[in-house]
Design a protein around this ligand. Structure first.
Ligand code: ZN
Length: 203
């Protein structure tokens, strides 16, 4: 399975990193080895002094598809969750400067936190889900899927033009503003529509 991540999908986050607003969705991948095993603490890797959290809504693909029309995209998933796209921001900035690929900064071991999956049918409208990330019980990121530049079904349609989607693939749909650095002993938790979907200790 693969993790397909969308960059710069919320205007407020584009501004905070002084990035340009993209004309098309920005896609990158993480290998499946990036998934942090359940119940495991996150260890800050030695190669970075600036690991940032990015809380994101996740969609799990349930069947094979390519060139999926936006109007049929909803047939390709029925589970939604919340996760973290951990990013070695110092490393990413260096790579970006040189125009090099981001994988080392985004795809390292443990760089993908995947929360508990919920049935999408629990929600009236996936394009109006509020979510937040708490660090040491203080809210540090807050978003709503209504503020995405490209909505879930548009993303699935777009991504599937390039990459065949397979059962079990996970889409990270981008982060809102408020990204920031973690430190040892931090405690993170992610909340989607009032439900806590993951908790995490930083070591
Ligand atoms: Zn991200």
């Amino acid at each position: 399975m693969k993790l397909i991540c969308i960059g710069r999908n919320y205007t407020d986050h584009i501004k905070e990193l002084s990035n340009e607003r993209p004309e098309e969705p920005i896609i990158f991948m993480k290998p499946d080895s990036a998934i942090l095993p359940k119940e495991q603490d996150f260890y800050i890797p030695e190669f970075s002094n600036e690991i940032h959290y990015e809380v994101e809504v996740l969609i799990k693909i349930k069947k094979v598809g390519k060139h999926i029309d936006e109007k049929f995209a909803h047939k390709y998933y029925d589970e939604v969750s919340l996760g973290i796209d951990f990013t070695a921001r110092d490393l990413q900035s260096k790579l970006k400067e040189k125009g090099l690929p981001w994988e080392k900064a985004k795809g390292f071991d443990g760089a993908a936190v995947v929360g508990k999956w919920l049935n999408a049918s629990n929600f009236e409208n996936l394009n109006n889900l509020s979510f937040s990330l708490l660090k040491n019980n203080e809210e540090v990121q807050k978003g709503n899927t209504s503020l995405m530049l490209w909505k879930i079904d548009e993303l699935i349609s777009y991504v599937s033009q390039f990459f065949m989607l397979k059962k079990g693939d996970i889409i990270f749909t981008g982060t809102p503003a408020g990204v920031g650095k973690i430190q040892a002993n931090d405690y993170l938790s992610g909340v989607l529509e009032g439900q806590e979907l993951f908790t995490l200790k930083i070591k």
